[in-house]
Design a protein around this ligand. Structure first.
Ligand SMILES: Cc1ncc(COP(=O)(O)O)c(C=O)c1O
Length: 352
């Protein structure tokens, strides 16, 4: 199915306006930091707009150095890109990749990237049985379920991948929202495993999805091979400045973790109390919800909320969730979370 007809992702406000009529939506369908961008991001953007008349720095040494100290690796282990999405598309094209393995349900772009590179895909439920030439994509914490795997489990898999001549790609786009924060990351371990690749996105944590910024973290050899597949000037000058301004702000990350934890618990409890909904515990800044009420599907509930100006992610087009019985909602501010819970209670017939 083409991209124009099926919503592959949340956050598509134009499509929502076309479907439900133009208005101010509250967007629970994209998982962006509830605090918004740190203030210094606005400042560097407004002060440096005139830079867009020049080409961006093709080497990005300063950004690489900042990312390297943030992720606790050497700068030679970093490749910045135009959001995590661009970098996902480079990986199946690496020499020697014979098959992409994807535990489901998970983020759809791993499969789209494999299709674009004409690499066969094997969807799986377990993580064992890696074979030579396999590239396993593991989203941690997982989108859409919010499940966080332990660092030990990931490193055991990395070891297995190493021994079998496979690659392990760990997508840590949402790791900073987890209670453990950066302690849950395996990025520093790319220095111990030649076939471990960590994908990092700055668009969620710093709330800049429209600006685009992410990076690959891997052995210098894998970084050099990936760099050859990347078009020049992937990272624009404003994204570079925004990233550099935000990365050093540890207090912003601390505030993010705290606010996310508080609101995640509030929203989870509120969803648990709704008649006909079964939320899953989550370590991320979103919650996966099963619909137990037989009168509703993911599609009908998403549409009913959309008509009330509230966007949630219908999960029916995630591979493995075609039963149309799940939605995913972002953790947002208290006021917005309360509004979602009120609308849900009104539609589903109240709370238990
Ligand atoms: C798990 C996961 N990884 C990567 C991305 C890509 O993020 P970006 O391209 O905005 O950095 C997303 C976006 O939704 C995501 O959910």
């Amino acid at each position: 199915m083409g991209r124009s007809t099926a919503p592959l992702h949340g956050g598509d406000l134009r499509r929502a306006a076309a479907l439900y009529g133009p208005r101010e939506f509250i967007d629970f369908s994209a998982n962006i930091n509830l605090l918004g961008p740190p203030p210094q991001v606005w400042q560097v953007l407004t002060e440096n707009l005139q830079d867009v008349v020049h080409y961006p720095d093709p080497h990005l040494e300063g950004l690489k150095a900042d990312l390297a100290s943030f992720l606790k690796v050497d700068p030679s282990c970093i490749l910045p890109g135009n959001g995590g999405a661009e970098l996902i598309y480079l990986l199946p094209r690496l020499e020697g990749v014979r098959q992409v393995r994807i535990p489901i349900p998970t983020f759809s772009e791993y499969a789209e990237a494999a299709k674009a590179s004409k690499v066969p895909i094997r969807y799986c439920l377990d993580l064992d049985h890696l074979q030579q030439g396999d590239m396993l994509f593991l989203c941690n914490p997982n989108n859409p379920t919010g499940k966080l795997r332990s660092k030990d489990q990931i490193l055991q898999l990395a070891q297995q991948a190493e021994e079998r001549g496979a690659w392990l790609v760990v997508d840590e786009a949402f790791i900073d929202f987890t209670p453990e924060g950066r302690k849950a990351s395996v990025a520093p371990q790319v220095q111990d495993f030649e076939r471990l690749i960590v994908l990092y996105s700055l668009t969620k944590l710093f709330a800049i999805p429209g600006l685009r910024l992410g990076c690959l973290v891997a052995s210098p050899a894998l970084i050099a091979a990936s760099r050859q597949l990347q078009p020049p000037w992937s990272v624009n000058c404003l994204a570079e400045l925004a990233g550099r301004a935000a990365l050093g702000d540890e207090s912003f990350r601390e505030r993010t973790r705290k606010a996310t934890a508080e609101e995640r618990e509030f929203l989870y409890q509120g969803l648990l109390a709704q008649k006909g909904l079964r939320p899953y515990p989550s370590a991320a800044n979103f919650i996966f919800v099963a619909i137990a009420d037989p009168n509703w599907t993911g599609t009908t509930l998403t549409d009913a909320l959309g008509r009330r100006g509230i966007l949630v992610r219908n999960c029916a087009n995630f591979q493995g969730l075609e039963s149309d019985r799940h939605i995913r909602v972002a953790v947002r501010t208290r006021q917005e979370n309360e509004r979602l819970l009120r609308e849900l209670a009104d539609l589903l017939g109240g709370t238990r």
